[in-house]
Design a protein around this ligand. Structure first.
Ligand code: NAD
Ligand code: IPM
Ligand code: MN
Length: 386
């Protein structure tokens, strides 16, 4: 069975239909139906490359579990943003993209980036803005080696960890600039910003998550070289450890962690890392558990003041885009995280189990050694959901 990540927290009530004021019998019936059938507004943002291919697959699965469940309805709105949109409108997203997205209960994203036609610095900047402006400060990336999936490691052991990536500040803050841009003596400054409140809240989130798992936490640092920002992380870690005496916690430098993710990944449970370290480690974590085609992710605002965003770890994969062979599992598993976040735990479990069973049966796309297409692998997963 695939484990849920335990996203936790109350679900914000979804928008009503305005029918609640009616006192008629029909109104009464509709109100009852409304209580049973919860409707959520979902922004579908396919993006570029394989983004649209894997998102379409995931939406098929979501529609399937929705009809099986009968208890919720995901009302989807397609946002045609990305590089094609740029060539038509002169921008990758409309100017009011944050205001448009704010209206939704959740955002379901495929992937962004079209590096052959547009520089990443142009196409990807707003993705980081969505995460930061919507205070999606927790990026959760579960990593599990599923039965039937071959790791490139000789003795991988039982890999089952979660990377809790700080997602709102750190190395990804847009703080810096150019001097003498384009001249021979040009220089660039890129600063990382680590705040006490930002570090403390992500660490505490990690500790709480460890309590729901195997009571172990590793904080990734690099305080031997980054002697301001990472020393702040170390200080806060040392201060709050005492609040979690039940958690076996330790610190590890990022370079050593990169090595141990390969050497003994089964030793990790919850891993808390800054924005950039979390990004790097989750690509390593992905590849040791079968590749990025399986790696799910979400960017959440735990207070639910803003919509959270669900997306695979992988990018737009230009090398396989348009071939119909992208593994849809990462997007589908990200969709399961979205269902859990919206309060539909049973549907999320059905989806995860469907993926696990397909993997066990070797029903996969070529990245995992199979010969299925995105569409036929999705067919197989669908058949395992009942
Ligand atoms: P990538 O994740 O797109 O691809 C890396 C490798 O993994 C490629 O060989 C690709 O074929 C393979 N891969 C990825 N997803 C797969 C899937 N579902 N099934 C099978 N194989 C899969 O990383 P990249 O090539 O470094 O980046 C391509 C573009 O995507 C760039 O523009 C980059 O900035 C962007 N990117 C976007 C996101 C995002 O939208 N969240 C994440 C990472 C990279
Ligand atoms: C990811 C991606 C993004 C990141 C890029 C596209 C900005 O690599 O989601 O892992 O670095 O966060
Ligand atoms: Mn990444």
């Amino acid at each position: 069975m695939a484990e849920p990540v335990n996203l936790g927290g109350p679900v914000r009530p979804s928008r009503g239909t305005g029918l609640g004021a009616s006192r008629s019998a029909i109104g009464q019936t509709l109100r009852t139906t409304q209580r049973i059938m919860k409707t959520c507004q979902i922004a579908l943002y396919p993006g570029d490359g394989i983004g649209g291919e894997v998102l379409a697959a995931a939406v098929r699965i979501l529609e399937h579990v929705e009809s099986l469940s009968g208890k919720f309805h995901l009302e989807t709105t397609m946002l045609p943003w990305g590089s094609d949109f740029y060539f038509e409108h002169g921008e990758v997203v409309p100017e009011d993209y944050l205001d448009q997205l704010r209206q939704f209960d959740a955002i379901f994203l495929g992937a962004i980036g079209d590096p052959e036609r547009l520089p990443d610095s142009q196409t990807v900047a707003h993705l980081i803005q969505i995460r930061q402006q919507f205070n999606q400060y927790v990026c959760l990336r579960p990593v599990k080696l599923h039965p039937g999936v071959r790791s490139p490691l000789l003795n991988p052991g039982e890999i089952d960890l979660v990377v809790v990536r700080e997602n709102s500040e750190g190395e990804y803050i847009r703080c810096g600039g150019w001097v003498k841009r384009g001249q021979p003596e040009e220089l660039a400054v890129q600063s990382a910003i680590h705040t006490r409140s930002g570090v403390e809240r992500i660490l505490r989130f990690g500790f709480e998550l460890a309590r729901k798992r195997r009571n172990q936490l590793t904080m990734i640092t690099k305080s031997n070289a980054l002697v301001y920002g990472m020393v702040l992380w170390d200080d806060i870690f040392n201060e709050i450890c005492g609040d979690y005496p039940d958690i076996d916690s330790r610190r590890q430098h990022a370079d050593a962690a990169a090595m141990d993710f390969v050497r003994r990944p089964a030793d990790y449970d919850v891993v808390v890392a800054s924005n950039l370290f979390g990004d790097l480690l989750t690509d390593v974590a992905g590849v040791i558990t079968g590749g990025l085609g399986l790696a799910a992710s979400c960017n959440i605002n735990p207070e639910r003041d803003f919509p959270s965003m669900f997306e695979p770890v992988h990018g737009s994969a230009p090398d396989i885009a348009g071939k119909g062979i992208a593994n849809p599992a990462a997007a589908i598993l990200s969709g399961a995280m979205m269902l859990e976040w919206l309060g539909f735990d049973h549907a999320a479990e059905l989806v995860r189990n469907g993926v696990v069973r397909a993997l066990e049966a070797g029903e996969t796309t070529p990245d995992l050694g199979g010969s299925l297409t995105t569409e036929t692998m999705t067919d197989h997963i669908l058949q395992h959901i009942d």
